[in-house]
Design a protein around this ligand. Structure first.
Ligand code: PEP
Ligand code: MN
Length: 358
């Protein structure tokens, strides 16, 4: 090789190293800007600023590269810097496994939800009266269980259907919960009712129809009570996770997720139970995951097989509706279990749980 060529190559190597140093220096400055933006909650990507930088580069270009070539090269550098910031863990969602590797455990009057065992939530679709709730509570208690459900504010498809007893329903739940030493879960649909409701209930349920009611999610985050968040009728898993993030971003870490079926073209069941959502949610988040077998199937004959599937696939809990006399229930009469059916259901599901544990 000629001496001249050798010299040019050496120069080239030197320039490469200079570019390398400068490019990394640029990335460090970019990270500092990114940190400032995070503190001020400003978006990292700023197209106006990018345009300004590109114009300045082009205005100072004396060749031999063409402006368009330089624009292309610099845009790649901008993009790489932005991607570098996005790999940063500080951007991960609070509900994500990336942010917290260990499982969140929610303590409900001593029941450790998400700690490895299976939690069961049983109770009527709607609170209709003291006797009705107390009958189910007695049966729940007798099984050594801790969690009771019952709707006082019912989000019904038709405005002419039973809308729930409201605060009176919550009063009934509280009375029964105190008498039987149970923790109660009840849906709240209006942020304005939350403040009052937290005096009566142990868990605020946010129903499928309200999964993206962002003001309600924020209010539930502020209320500080444990929340059971149900998946929206047509919500993707990502939307579901983001809904949980709304709650956690307000400082409330006691969140439980509930897969309750999604709307598909299939008519054999009321909704389609998305069973694979359970392990996905367990991988992606650190929150306990329930499966509501009542609303996902809408069929009494499918409650047991789907509950088995839920436990086998790794759910932390199962929810199902129980009513002393489903035939006369004011809502969901076709799918609630009566007490003898409930007894049998529980016996069989406990069997499955114990077999899987071995
Ligand atoms: C409920 O659990 O009472 C209920 C109405 O369920 P969803 O919001 O999942 O339809
Ligand atoms: Mn119901």
């Amino acid at each position: 090789m000629s001496n001249e060529m050798e010299q040019l190559r050496q120069q080239m190597d030197k320039v490469n190293l200079e570019i390398l140093e400068l490019i990394n220096k640029r990335a460090s400055i970019n990270q500092e800007i990114g940190d400032l933006k995070t503190k001020q909650s400003i978006k990292r990507f700023d197209p106006v600023r990018e345009r300004e930088m590109l114009d300045k580069i082009k205005n100072n270009n004396s060749g031999p590269f063409q402006d368009s070539t330089l624009e292309h090269i610099f845009k790649e550098i901008f993009k790489a810097s932005l991607e570098l910031q996005e790999e940063d863990n500080s951007k991960a969602l609070l509900v994500s496994r990336k942010k917290q590797a260990e499982n969140t455990v929610v303590d409900l009057k001593g029941e450790q939800v998400g700690a490895g065992g299976i939690s069961y939530v049983f109770g009527p679709c709607a609170v209709e009266g003291y006797e009705q709730v107390a009958a189910v509570a007695a049966s729940v208690k007798e099984k050594g269980l801790k969690l009771l459900r019952g709707g006082a504010f019912k989000p019904r498809t038709s405005p002419y259907d039973f809308q729930g007893l409201g605060i009176e329903g919550l009063e009934i739940l509280k009375k029964v919960a105190d008498e039987y030493d149970l923790a109660v879960i009840s849906e709240i649909v209006n942020p304005a009712d939350l403040e009052k409701a937290v005096d009566y209930i142990d868990v605020v349920q946010i129903g499928a129809r309200n999964m993206q009611n962002f003001e309600l999610l924020k209010a539930a985050g502020d209320a500080g009570k444990p929340v059971l968040l149900k998946r929206g009728l047509s919500a993707t898993i990502q939307e579901f996770i983001n809904a949980a993030e709304y709650i956690m971003s307000r400082g409330n870490r006691n969140i439980m997720l509930c897969e309750r079926g999604i709307r598909t073209y299939e008519k054999a069941t009321r909704n389609t139970l998305d069973i694979s959502a359970v392990p996905i949610l367990k991988q992606e988040t650190h929150l306990p995951v329930f499966v509501d077998v009542t609303h996902s199937t809408g069929r009494r004959d499918l409650l047991l097989p789907t509950a088995k599937a839920a436990i086998a696939v790794g759910a932390d809990g199962v929810m199902a509706e129980v009513h002393p006399d489903p035939a006369v229930a004011l809502s969901d009469s076709a799918q609630q279990m009566d007490i003898p059916t409930f007894d049998q259901f529980f016996k069989e599901i406990k069997d499955v749980e114990n077999r899987l544990k071995k």
